[in-house]
Unconditional design. Structure first.
Lengths: 77, 77
DNA sequence: ATGCTATGTAGCATTAATGCAATATATAAA
DNA sequence: TTTATATATTGCATTAATGCTACATAGCAT
């Protein structure tokens, strides 16, 4: 089996990032990753490693569980 | 750069697993992974994907942030 | 002694996550 | 118009995370 076989992880990265007035590049810098990576994550093209998830959560002043979920987030908050 | 270049993730998987009286195989079954994977994680030989971290946390009735951390956990609770 | 369970170790194969470069588009500002 | 910023898209290379198999060891039963 592969690592995450068609097992998506939903997230609210873009929502939180925009709320803080940050560009993807800004967030990428804070999290220490490539800015394209943020794009891939926001489009949910793949799910991050735990390390990255923790770094992003920290960069956005959120708990991992507030930003990422195995089940879809409800619209609006 | 690689994915998690020498960036360890500390965890309390073994502690929590034993507290629940589960074997690695038991936890592996609940989390849907190979039992060796649990071993690797407990020995902190590598850090899990976010999906796996969430599944393990759920299997152990814990929050991701309670089980995993970028900084070492203090001894005893 | 035999068997079973739990664990460690080692090796190999697969693939997703990430980096990075290039190009394209849209928008806003100068 | 030109410039700069933000984003999307594509493609390629690297490597860590995971699966799986096999073997070894130790403990605890029987």
């Amino acid at each position: 089996m592969s690592r995450n076989p068609e097992e998506p992880v939903y997230n609210r990265i873009e929502e939180s990032r925009v709320a803080l007035g940050l560009s993807r590049q800004d967030l990428a810098n804070k999290a220490g990753v490539h800015y394209q990576t943020i794009g891939y994550l926001e489009r949910e093209e793949y799910s991050p490693s735990l390390v990255l998830a923790i770094r992003i959560a920290k960069s956005l002043n959120h708990e991992v569980s507030e930003l990422f979920s195995l089940t879809p987030f409800k619209k609006g908050k």
